[in-house]
Write a protein that binds this ligand. Structure first.
Ligand code: ADP
Length: 594
C-alpha cells in the first residue's frame, strides 16, 4: 500500500502523541495535575460525608452542630475545588488539542505535498485526505480519554484503595482485588470480544459508504442503463450484511454492560459486607460505614466507564495508524545537500544513455536513450500509446529519479540541482488541466501569484481565452467549479495556456488533448499554442496534424526508443516508416494515435 512504508505499532502511535505533547509540556502537566487534584477531591468527599454522619450522631447538640458545620464546609470546599479544577483543565485541553490538531494537519499536508509523483499516482486523494482528518480527529478523542478518562480513573482506584486500606487493611485488600478483577475482565471483554466484532461491523460500514458513493458518482451511467433497481438491490445486499454484523456488535455491547453491572453489584456487596463485618467487630462506626458506602458510589461512576475508555483508546489508536504511517514515511525525491540552482541561458536539453523503469516493472522502459533538443527548438513527441512520451517529459521535470544516465539542461545535470529551481523554469500545459476551485484570475496567475489583473488579461488574450472569460458572469472573478467542471475541455486548456504565458518560462511542455474538440476551439488552441512556443524550448506531445507540422523536429517513440526523427515532410516521405504508417492510418492526422 502506498500510504506507509513503516510498520505502525500502538507504541509508535503513543510515541507520536507524546512527541506532540512535548511541544506543550506546561499545558500537559497543568491538565494532568488539575484532573488528578479534582479526582483527589472526589476521593476525599466520602471521608467528610462520614464525618457528617458521625457529627449528627453525637449526643451533645453543641458539639454535633459544630462538627456538622465543619464537615459541611469541607464538603462544599471539596466540591467547589473539584469543579474549578475540572473547568480549568477543560480550558487547557481545548487550547492544547486544537493546537495539536492544527500542527498535525499542517505537517501532514506539507509531507504529502513533498511526496513523489509516483506516490501520488498510487494514492487516492480522497483516501489520503480522510486518513489525515480521521487521524487528527482521533487525537482529540485520545487526549480526552487519556486526560479525562484513564488518568482520573487510575487516581480514583489508587486513592480509594489507599483511603480504605489505611484504616482497614482487609477492606483495602478487598477493594484492590475487586477493582483488579473488574478492570481486568472489562479490558479483556473490550479488546477480545467487542473489538473484533466492531472491526467487522466498521468494515461493513465502510462498504456501505463506498457503495453509496460509487453508485451516486456513477449516477449518469446508472440512469443511462436504467439500472436503478439493480443498484438498489446491490445496496440492499450490503445493508443486510451490515445490519447482521452491527447487530452482533451492539448485542455484545449490551451483554458486556449487563455483565459489568453484575460485577459492580458484587463489588458493592463485597464492600458493604466487609464494612458490616468491621462494624460487628467494633472496628467501624456509623460514620465509617457511610464513608465506605459513599466511596463505593463515587468509585462506581468511574468504573462504569472503564470499558468505554478502553474501546475509545483502541479506536483512537486504529484511527491514527495511517496518519502516523504517513508521518513516519518518506516518499520524497530529495535534493542533494547544498544543491545549486539550475541556471538556464539557452534551454538546451540533452539526454545521455537514459535508463529508467517504473518501480514495479521488471524491464526498462528506456534503456540507453540519448538525444539532444536545442535551445528554442520545438520538438514534437509522437508514437503509439504506451511508448513512453509522457514518462519522458516527467523525467525532464525529475518527477521520478532515473536508474542510469543523465539528463542535462544547459550542461547541468538535473539530478544535481534543486528541484524547485528546475521545475520553476518549466511551464506545463497538461492534456487535461486541473483547475483549482478558485477564480479564473487566480488560476491563470498560479505560476506568478503577484501578477496584476492587467498582466493576467494580457496572458488570457494571448491564449485566446479572454473572450470566453469576458462572457462569464463575473469575468476574471468567476469561480471555477470544482476541478474546472464548469468550463469545457477546450476552455480549460486555454486557461492552462494563459497560465503558461504568464509564468513565462524558458522550457515548455505541452501535452495536447486527445479528446476531440470542436473545430473552433481546436483552431484557437493551435493559434495560442504556436504563439506560446515562440522563443522557448518546447516538448510537445502532439496528436494533431496542425501541431506536428509546426514542429522543427518530430521524435517518433516506440517502446521507449526513438525510432525515427525529422520534419513532418521528411518523415511522411519515408516508405514503410512508423510515422508514415501512423499518418496514413489516421487520414485526418494523428488524432487517435496516442
Ligand atoms: P505514452 O505517454 O507514450 O502513452 P507512457 O509514458 O504514459 O506512454 O507509458 C509508458 C509505459 O509506462 C506504459 O507501459 C505504461 O503502462 C507505463 N507507465 C506509465 N506510467 C506509469 C506509472 N506511474 N507506473 C507504472 N507504469 C507506468
Amino acid at each position: 500500500m502506498a500510504s506507509s512504508n513503516q510498520k505502525v505499532t500502538p507504541a509508535r502511535v503513543f510515541g507520536f502523541l507524546l512527541s506532540h505533547w512535548r511541544r506543550q509540556p506546561t499545558v500537559a502537566i497543568a491538565i494532568s495535575t488539575l484532573m488528578a487534584a479534582a479526582t483527589v477531591a472526589d476521593v476525599a468527599t466520602p471521608v467528610f460525608a462520614g464525618r457528617l454522619v458521625d457529627a449528627v450522631g453525637n449526643p451533645s447538640r453543641a458539639v454535633a452542630n459544630h462538627a456538622a458545620m465543619a464537615a459541611l464546609l469541607w464538603l462544599a470546599g471539596l466540591g467547589l475545588a473539584a469543579v474549578l479544577a475540572r473547568q480549568a483543565a477543560f480550558w487547557g485541553i481545548v487550547r492544547f488539542t486544537l493546537r495539536m490538531m492544527t500542527e498535525i494537519k499542517q505537517e501532514a499536508f506539507a509531507r504529502v505535498q513533498g511526496f513523489s509523483t509516483a506516490w501520488h499516482g498510487e494514492s487516492f486523494s480522497g483516501a489520503v485526505t480522510r486518513q489525515v482528518l480521521r487521524g487528527a480527529g482521533a487525537v482529540d478523542m485520545l487526549n480526552d480519554v487519556i486526560f479525562f478518562g484513564l488518568l482520573p480513573t487510575t487516581v480514583m482506584l489508587l486513592g480509594a484503595t489507599a483511603v480504605l486500606g489505611w484504616r482497614w487493611p482487609t477492606l483495602g485488600a478487598a477493594i484492590a482485588i475487586g477493582n483488579l478483577v473488574y478492570v481486568g475482565v472489562t479490558v479483556l471483554l473490550a479488546l477480545y470480544w467487542i473489538e473484533p466484532a466492531a472491526e467487522l461491523s466498521n468494515a461493513w460500514d465502510t462498504r456501505v459508504s463506498a457503495g453509496l458513493a460509487d453508485a451516486i458518482t456513477c449516477n449518469a451511467t446508472v440512469r443511462a442503463f436504467g439500472a436503478e433497481a439493480r443498484e438498489e438491490a446491490r445496496l440492499g445486499r450490503v445493508l443486510a450484511k451490515w445490519r447482521r454484523r452491527t447487530r452482533r456488535t451492539w448485542m455484545r455491547g449490551v451483554t458486556t454492560f449487563s455483565f459489568q453491572s453484575t460485577m459492580l453489584v458484587a463489588l458493592q456487596l463485597l464492600i458493604a459486607g466487609t464494612a458490616i463485618l468491621l462494624w460487628q467487630q467494633n472496628r467501624a462506626g456509623a460514620g465509617d460505614v457511610a464513608t465506605v458506602l459513599s466511596l463505593y458510589f463515587v468509585l462506581h461512576g468511574y468504573l462504569r466507564n472503564v470499558g468505554q475508555h478502553v474501546r475509545e483508546t483502541q479506536r483512537g489508536i486504529a484511527d491514527m495508524h495511517e496518519l502516523v504511517g504517513l508521518s513516519a514515511s518518506d516518499f520524497s525525491i530529495h535534493d542533494r545537500p547544498a544543491a545549486p540552482s539550475l541556471h538556464i541561458h539557452r534551454g538546451r536539453i540533452e539526454v545521455r544513455d537514459l535508463v529508467f523503469r517504473y518501480g514495479a516493472h521488471s524491464t526498462n522502459l528506456f534503456d540507453g536513450l540519448s538525444l539532444a533538443i536545442d535551445g528554442g527548438e520545438r520538438a514534437g513527441l509522437v508514437g503509439p500509446s504506451g511508448s513512453g512520451k509522457s514518462t519522458f517529459v516527467r523525467l525532464i521535470q525529475r518527477l521520478h529519479d532515473v536508474q542510469g544516465g543523465q539528463i542535462l539542461i544547459d550542461g547541468q545535470n538535473i539530478a544535481g540541482v534543486t528541484q524547485h529551481s528546475l521545475r520553476s523554469q518549466i511551464a506545463i500545459v497538461p492534456q487535461e488541466p486541473t483547475l483549482f476551485h478558485r477564480t479564473l484570475a487566480e488560476n491563470i496567475a498560479y505560476g506568478r501569484p503577484d501578477a496584476t489583473l492587467h498582466d493576467i488579461e494580457h496572458a488570457a488574450r494571448l491564449a485566446r481565452a479572454h473572450d470566453f472569460i469576458a462572457r462569464q458572469p463575473k469575468g476574471y472573478a468567476t469561480q471555477v467549479g470544482e476541478r474546472g467542471v464548469k468550463l469545457s475541455g477546450g476552455e480549460r486548456q486555454r486557461v492552462a495556456i494563459a497560465r503558461a504565458f504568464l509564468a513565462d518560462r524558458p522550457i515548455l511542455i505541452l501535452d495536447e488533448a486527445t479528446s476531440s474538440l470542436d473545430s473552433e476551439s481546436e483552431a484557437a488552441i493551435a493559434e495560442a499554442a504556436s504563439c506560446l512556443m515562440q522563443g522557448r524550448t518546447c516538448l510537445v506531445i502532439a496528436h494533431r496534424l496542425s501541431t506536428v507540422r509546426a514542429m522543427d523536429r518530430i521524435l517518433v517513440f516506440r517502446e521507449g526508443e526513438i525510432v525515427e526523427e525529422g520534419s513532418h515532410t521528411a518523415l511522411v516521405a519515408r516508405p514503410g516508416g512508423l510515422y508514415r504508417d501512423l499518418f496514413e492510418r489516421q487520414a485526418l492526422g494523428l488524432a487517435n494515435a496516442a
